[in-house]
Design a protein around this ligand. Structure first.
Ligand code: NAI
Ligand code: A1CAB
Length: 273
């Protein structure tokens, strides 16, 4: 049995479902055989089955055999999945964890037609290497179940509990954020290539530098500007480059992008109805 002694069904064995399953097992707290991943075409889950996970195309059966149900399908796939499993749900046994963007706890309860405990979680793809930042929120979960969900996601990174109303903001900052920071690393590497480095070297140098910058903040608990002040020599080359970036809208582009993503996340489920 897993450390938490629970069977887990991850409905939607795609990018995040697989990353979550792998991260949980790699963290050493869960056994692959206690985790069932579902998707319509289970052939695509064969590599996971080879590693000991269970795979199924039958959501209702996976739910019936599990204690914890993780909803990891796209927002536009949610309603049909909930309709298929609603009869198999036992509110006294099942705990739902939903990572589906833009779907409220009340949306899930009203679609199922049963009052189940639902915790929303917003992780990111770094979950695969236990480096996720996961935001957690619920309107109706017990303190024990909130603790259980925190334990699950703490095994695969850092967690923070937030109000459900901030979930779309969390989606933009921590989930979409992976893409935003990756794009800025790619841009840095492209700049590196233009000034003389081979592409592979430039990318490695940019990625390690980004890791160092993030680690400084997490290690010292400092503000970025404190660390930036240590880099920018008077009349130096850093402030010259930094100001050139700001004149071209660097911070503004990031802020506007995050705001646009949050607005889109908020409407992802409802706009599809
Ligand atoms: N990709 C990311 O970085 C993050 C995604 N999310 C959210 O997580 C959810 C999943 O996202 P991804 O994994 O990226 O999407 P994905 O498209 O890779 O995975 C969804 C999976 O669900 C499967 N599926 C579709 N219909 C199904 C059904 N009836 N029964 C079982 N499985 C079915 C698909 O075959 C696919 O494998 C989405 O709601 C997304 O908004 C949340 C945080 C981060
Ligand atoms: O792009 C998306 O809609 C999903 C949600 C957060 C990250 N990926």
């Amino acid at each position: 049995m897993s450390e938490l002694n629970k069977k887990i069904a991850i409905l939607g064995g795609g990018n995040m479902g697989i990353a979550l399953a792998k991260g949980m097992v790699a963290a050493g707290k869960y056994r692959a055989e206690d985790i069932t991943l579902t998707r319509r075409n289970t052939k695509l889950l064969e590599p996971m089955v080879a590693q000991g996970y269970r795979a199924s195309s039958n959501n209702a059966l996976a739910v019936a055999e599990a204690d914890i149900i993780v909803l990891s399908i796209l927002p536009q796939q949610l309603d049909s999945v909930l309709d298929t499993i609603s009869e198999s749900i036992d509110p006294s046994r099942h705990l739902f964890i939903s990572i589906v963007t833009g779907v409220a706890v009340t949306d899930i309860i009203s679609r199922i037609g049963k009052v189940v405990e639902v915790v929303r979680a917003m992780p990111n793809t770094a979950i695969a290497i236990q480096q996720s930042m996961t935001c957690i929120a619920s309107k109706n979960a017990s303190p024990q179940n909130m603790e259980l969900v925190k334990e699950i996601f703490s095994a695969v990174g850092e967690t923070v509990e937030i109000e459900e109303e901030l979930m779309s903001s969390a989606t933009a900052l921590v989930a979409c954020g992976i893409a935003f920071f990756l794009r800025s690393i790619r841009a840095a590497a492209q700049g590196g290539t233009e000034i003389g480095f081979h592409a592979g070297d430039a990318l490695r140098m940019a990625a390690q530098t980004a890791k160092g910058a993030a680690s400084l903040l997490l290690h010292f608990g400092s503000h970025p500007e404190n660390e930036i002040d240590k880099v920018t020599s008077p009349k130096g080359c850093t402030i010259a480059g930094l100001n050139e970036m700001e004149h071209n809208g660097f911070s503004s582009a990031m802020i506007k992008g995050i705001r646009t993503s949050a607005q889109k996340a908020e409407k992802l489920y409802t706009d599809d109805k």
